[in-house]
Design a protein around this ligand. Structure first.
Ligand code: SME
Length: 145
């Protein structure tokens, strides 16, 4: 991914349409840049159920909810820190939604001091997101606030 991708995602987020339409277009651009077998989406925290629920995404059908502290998504949420797993098979408690995923990156989405959700990115390659982490972090910030 290059800075042109980030610029087009920024434009989609700032452009026309409902918040959902803008998020879906931004996620579609991100997935296109990462490749057709990648998966990108949001998990949104719900206090009532204490779950991270599947939100807008682009890619194959995915797990509909994840507990805080579980899997890559829930661990990122609980730690309030970005988490990159270069080989998901080595991650204890990995939550597998799609057998073709080999590496995964998650970024907490903040509203003030609270984490309201997670940007989740899956790659079909081992260590497939290594070169994209800085831009992915910038993309995550666009989904905050
Ligand atoms: N693999 C994730 C679950 C979400 S999917 O990748 C879309 C995890 O371990 O939390």
């Amino acid at each position: 991914m290059d800075s042109g991708t980030l610029a087009s995602i920024k434009a989609a987020m700032a452009g026309e349409g409902s918040p959902l339409a803008r998020m879906l277009n931004a996620l579609a651009l991100l997935r296109e840049a990462l490749g057709p077998k990648s998966w990108v989406g949001l998990y949104v925290y719900e206090e009532k159920t204490n779950k991270l629920n599947l939100g807008p995404f682009q890619g194959s059908p995915a797990c509909v909810s994840i507990r805080p502290g579980k899997g890559v998504v829930g661990t990122c949420y609980a730690a309030k820190k970005p988490l990159y797993v270069d080989d998901v098979n080595e991650f204890p408690g990995y939550v597998s939604c799609d057998a073709c995923v080999k590496s995964e990156a998650c970024f907490p989405l903040f509203a003030g001091d609270d984490v309201i959700g997670v940007l989740d990115v899956d790659s079909p390659e081992l260590d497939g997101l290594k070169g994209d982490l800085t831009i992915l972090m910038a993309v995550a910030h666009l989904f905050e606030g």
